[in-house]
Design a protein around this ligand. Structure first.
Ligand code: RB5
Length: 148
């Protein structure tokens, strides 16, 4: 499995421990930056989202201060379902119900320990399929209607 990760200065605090955890699980990590300098989160959302959308990465992780801005930007790329998560439950649900291919976390709202745990839960949770697949298909239908 290959995972792309990107952050701005607000999310950087979470990145080293998450990268470490992924590597320990034998996952290949594509680190799209930043390294803590002040940057614009849409640039890093785009790098990660394009890798996931094109299939060069299986999943993506995006980090900013709240997880909000970087998820909004990532969701502008076709095929991306980026979910901002706040706790273990939302991390599980975004995999099980929404088949989120990107998780978005906030460095100013989560501890490093909690963020790492959430990433592990998201990775370990299978998409539920069934009725959830039908709903995710409806998201794709909206995307196909409005995206070029
Ligand atoms: C950067 O200061 C901050 O706005 C950004 O990290 C993020 O929280 C935006 O949603």
């Amino acid at each position: 499995m290959k995972i792309a990760i990107g952050c701005d200065h607000g999310g950087f605090v979470l990145k080293p421990a998450i990268v470490d955890t992924l590597k320990k699980r034998g996952i290949e990590v594509i680190d799209c930056g930043c390294q803590g300098e002040s940057v614009d989160y849409p640039d890093y959302a785009l790098k990660v989202a394009e890798l996931v959308s094109s299939g060069q990465a299986d999943k993506g992780i995006v980090l900013c201060g709240t997880g909000i801005g970087i998820s909004i930007a990532a969701n502008k790329v076709k095929g991306i379902r980026a979910a901002v998560c706040h706790d273990e439950f939302t991390a599980q649900m975004c995999a099980e119900h929404n088949n989120a291919n990107i998780i978005a976390l906030g460095g100013r709202v989560l501890s490093v320990e909690k963020a790492v745990k959430m990433v592990e839960i998201w990775l370990d949770t299978e998409f539920g399929g069934g009725r959830h697949a039908g709903r995710v298909d409806k998201i794709t239908a909206i995307e196909n209607k409005y995206f070029k």
